[in-house]
Design a protein around this ligand. Structure first.
Ligand code: NDP
Length: 484
């Protein structure tokens, strides 16, 4: 059973328990989030955010988590975590799913929304969000306290061909091996960077790709895990090139073919590769708070006392405040501290009600609605587990056929999954919906020329008639299937 399936089963179980608890749940479910003033709203959905939510719920304070575009945060993309206390080895997405389930089971309310602006000028604070299930819908959420856990965004090199218009971004250039690495079975890839992320990416890719170049700009790694570094250096298909800078990503218009690199000898040369994974650190996601909170010159939110920002009642945690440690476990520690500080701050405000902890197990109505939807419709999507089965589906379907090429670790794929399943329910008997996990059925990537996920291909009478990659292309297709 895949990790996401385990998560889904856990969520279904939670939904089943929640469905037994009435009528409070039902009443709550009908209340639009924007009518409420919540005691605490947490901005972000990584381990720090979820830890805050667990602490708050256990303290009898209802916690709302605005999960954002990147559910689970950075650790959800980590193929292997070996330094989380209590877990000898676990993949990041399973770890965060366990923490999420713990938060939801304790009553935390997790909203599939993205924060677009905040107003911390007066109490209650105002947070405007975009609904991730329906991009036309905006919400206004009021909060007595906020915990900011917006994390950081991977950095780019700023070289030609890497990112932006006419670049190879998502067509050979990526920032997450666990999401897109499966597309490079038996191919040649490069990882750029020399920190722990680059080591992890290279280690993961070394199990899939024929050859992995690790391009480090200085003469050594900047890593906290020397054991991991030494193991990687033993691998015969990994070649480390120190003092190497990447100047350009080149391709044939459709996909990456090579890198222009400058080595220790200061000469430029071409390095033929099929894919590039950039792992050179990340920038704190603090833009939303400019002008409202003190932010330092590197973009980190400045803390005044423990997790307290320059604004009373606004706390910040994890990678958005931490230029030094940047560990998931330190974000979780920050999350616990912020929750306790928020609780103390709320005690100074009038009329803040605590939830009854027994009842709070029934409070996470949005989670219930989300899970039940998945449960009701999931049978409409067929998961194929081999190339033969996929070919047979494509060639034998008398209905138009949509195939979702996904990987369980890719954030956008996880966001698409419930929409795909809901849409499959709606078009039952008219369109056939199939999904294929590219990290399990690895041969499909080269057979169907998949260079980015999620990709949806539409087939009619065994022939490809449309193809979309990424949410921006896929969402309009999903909203416009009547013409198929
Ligand atoms: P880091 O900031 O630790 O490392 C960035 C790396 O990228 C450095 O080697 C840096 O080189 C290099 N780099 C930066 N800019 C460029 C550039 N323009 N061109 C080429 N190379 C460049 O980032 P990470 O994302 O690796 O890690 C972030 C934090 O997360 C760290 O604290 C790390 O310990 C932690 N982490 C921990 C993990 C674990 O399992 N313990 C796993 C993953 C991350 P230089 O050294 O020359 O500046």
């Amino acid at each position: 059973m895949g990790h996401s399936s385990i998560g889904m089963v856990m969520r279904k179980f939670t939904a089943f328990i929640l469905s037994l608890v009435t009528p409070f749940t039902a009443m709550h479910a009908e209340k639009a989030p924007n009518e409420e003033t919540y005691p605490v709203v947490i901005l972000g959905g990584g381990v720090g955010a979820l830890t805050s939510a667990i602490y708050l719920q256990r303290a009898g304070i209802h916690a709302v988590v605005i999960e954002g575009q990147n559910p689970g945060g950075a650790i959800a993309q980590s193929p292997m975590v070996n330094n989380w206390p209590g877990e000898m080895e676990i993949d990041g997405s399973t770890l965060v799913e366990k923490i999420r389930t713990q938060a939801e089971t304790n009553g935390a309310e997790i909203l599939l929304q993205e924060v677009t602006s905040v107003d911390f000028s007066k109490q209650p604070y105002l947070i405007t969000t975009q609904d991730l299930n329906d991009e036309k819908v905006q919400h206004k959420i009021r909060a007595n306290t906020c915990i900011i856990a917006t994390g950081a965004t991977p950095k780019f090199l700023g070289i030609p061909g890497e990112y932006g218009e006419n670049s190879y971004w998502t067509r050979g250039v990526y920032s997450c091996a666990v999401c897109d690495g499966a597309l490079y079975k038996d191919r040649t890839v490069a990882v750029i960077g020399g920190g722990d992320s680059a080591l992890l990416e290279a280690e993961y890719l070394s199990k899939i790709a024929k050859k992995v170049y690790l391009l480090v700009r200085s003469g050594d790694f900047r890593s906290t895990e020397s054991l991991r570094k030494n193991q990687l250096l033993q691998k015969t298909n990994v070649e480390v090139r120190y003092h190497t800078q990447v100047k350009e990503v080149q391709g044939d218009g459709n996909k990456v073919t090579s890198l222009v690199i400058k080595g220790a000898d200061k000469k430029e040369s071409k390095l033929p590769v099929d894919g590039v994974f950039i792992a050179i650190g990340a920038n704190p996601n603090s833009k939303l708070f400019k002008g409202q909170l003190d932010i330092d010159t590197q973009g980190y939110i400045v803390l005044k006392q423990q997790q307290q920002t320059s604004r009373p009642g606004v706390f910040a945690i994890g990678d958005v405040v931490d230029p030094i440690y940047k560990q998931a476990i330190s974000a979780a520690g920050d999350g616990a501290k912020a929750a306790l500080q928020a609780e103390r701050y709320l005690a100074t405000l009038p009329d803040i009600k605590r939830v009854n902890n027994t009842a709070s197990l029934a409070v996470s109505a949005p989670a219930k609605a989300e899970v039940v939807l998945v449960k009701d419709s999931q049978e409409e999507v067929i998961e194929v587990t081999s190339m033969d089965q996929l070919d047979q589906e494509i060639n034998s379907s008398t209905l138009p056929l949509l195939v979702d090429f996904y990987s369980p670790y890719c954030g956008p794929c996880r966001k698409l999954a419930p929409i795909f399943e809901q849409t499959a329910g709606k078009y039952k008997g008219r369109i056939r919906f199939v999904k294929v996990n590219v990290s399990k059925v690895t041969s499909v990537s080269s057979a169907y020329n998949i260079y980015g996920i999620p990709t949806i291909i539409v087939f009619k009478n065994g022939k490809e008639v449309d193809r979309r990659t990424g949410g921006t292309q896929i969402n309009p297709l999903m909203n416009n299937l009547d013409n198929l």
